[in-house]
Design a binder for this molecule. Structure first.
Ligand code: NAP
Length: 305
């Protein structure tokens, strides 16, 4: 049996691993199916302190992993399929393999949200995507839509201008939620335009995307706009499915914590985007990971005394 299992491998999980490994807890990090988390599908990270020139997301995560491994963390590149936190030691399954630990840190992050349209599902991978860095390359000289009005939407749109001829940000209100620097960047870009007050009703296309049916929320008018691709950037859903019935979650599925990192089960801690409904930054997730590791370390020491 181990002292600590860390579930998830974004900035929160890997920072927790650095701290826990340096405290000689020899953590096992179960990285999930997207090792490194959301930053591995971004490009340049410009706001992580210590990198004045910026750093590529995948490289930042690889560096964090190497830093943890240097102090003795172990890593499994697979998905947790079941947990039992009802009694100690806590049990965590990866398929048929059972792992046991005295403490667990949950840092499973969040995943891109979808609109929930039938046509969106049908045309996924045929022009519908939630990852510009993954799929943008396929839209050279084409016209694409990005749905959303936050930082992600602007970031995706800006990235897509490398390939696409025209990028239209389709937003349900008439102003962006994105930060000032991102808003300014988008408004200055000659390839980016906006379709305000518009909600997608249907993604149009038989085999591939040919357009999008949008409803104007102010006038109620429905029109079909031609597009070759549609990128969704409408926020995220916390990855807590596997913890349902085991840990307290809020109404949106976020893991509930008290005193920053403590879940309802003593010895199980939460950090990063899986608990964060407000900040959702790489640096805040990393800081939160450090706090969870310190809290786990203190808790484990208390159990010995
Ligand atoms: P977000 O800030 O929650 O924005 C989601 C956007 O999608 C909002 O504009 C929202 O509209 C819209 N939306 C939500 N549900 C929708 C629906 N069903 N139909 C149509 N539109 C819908 O999410 P995010 O942009 O992914 O950003 C998440 C966090 O990560 C933020 O804290 C952000 O600052 C951060 N982030 C930072 C960077 C960076 O600094 N480089 C990059 C990406 C993300 P409303 O505005 O009307 O609510």
């Amino acid at each position: 049996m181990r002292d600590l299992i860390i579930i998830g491998s974004g900035p929160a999980g890997l920072t927790a691993a650095i701290y826990a490994a340096r405290a000689d807890l020899k953590p096992l990090v179960i990285e999930g199916t997207q090792p490194g988390g959301q930053l591995t599908i971004t490009t340049e990270v410009e706001n992580f302190p210590g990198f004045p020139e910026g750093i590529q997301g995948p490289e930042l995560m690889e560096r964090m992993r190497q830093q943890a491994q240097r102090f003795g963390s172990e890593h499994v590149f697979d998905l947790v399929t079941r947990v039992d936190f009802s009694k100690r030691p806590f049990k965590v399954w990866v398929g048929d393999t059972k792992h046991e630990a005295k403490a667990v840190i949950v840092s499973t992050g969040a995943s891109a949200r979808w609109l929930g349209l039938e046509s969106e599902k049908r045309l996924q991978g045929r022009g519908v995507s939630a990852c510009a860095t993954c799929d943008g390359f396929f839209f050279r000289d084409m016209k694409v839509a990005v749905v959303g009005g936050g930082d992600s939407a602007v970031e995706e749109a800006t990235f897509l201008t490398r390939f696409a001829r025209e990028v239209v940000i389709v937003h349900r209100r008439n102003e962006l939620r994105a930060s000032a620097v991102m808003r300014e960047r988008a408004s200055r870009d000659p390839k980016i335009s906006f379709l305000w007050d518009s909600i997608p009703e249907e993604i149009v296309g038989d085999d591939v995307v040919t357009g999008m049916k949008v409803r104007n929320v102010k006038t109620g008018a429905v029109s079909t706009v031609p597009f070759d691709g549609v990128f969704l950037a409408i926020g995220h859903t916390p990855n807590t499915e596997v913890f349902k019935g085991q840990l307290d979650l809020d109404e949106k599925g976020y893991l509930k914590v008290e005193r920053m990192t403590h879940t309802n089960i003593p010895g199980v801690f939460g950090c990063g985007d899986v608990v964060d409904t407000r900040y959702r930054q790489a640096i805040t997730a990393a800081g939160w990971g450090a706090m969870a590791a310190l809290d786990a370390q203190h808790w484990l020491t208390e159990q010995k005394n």
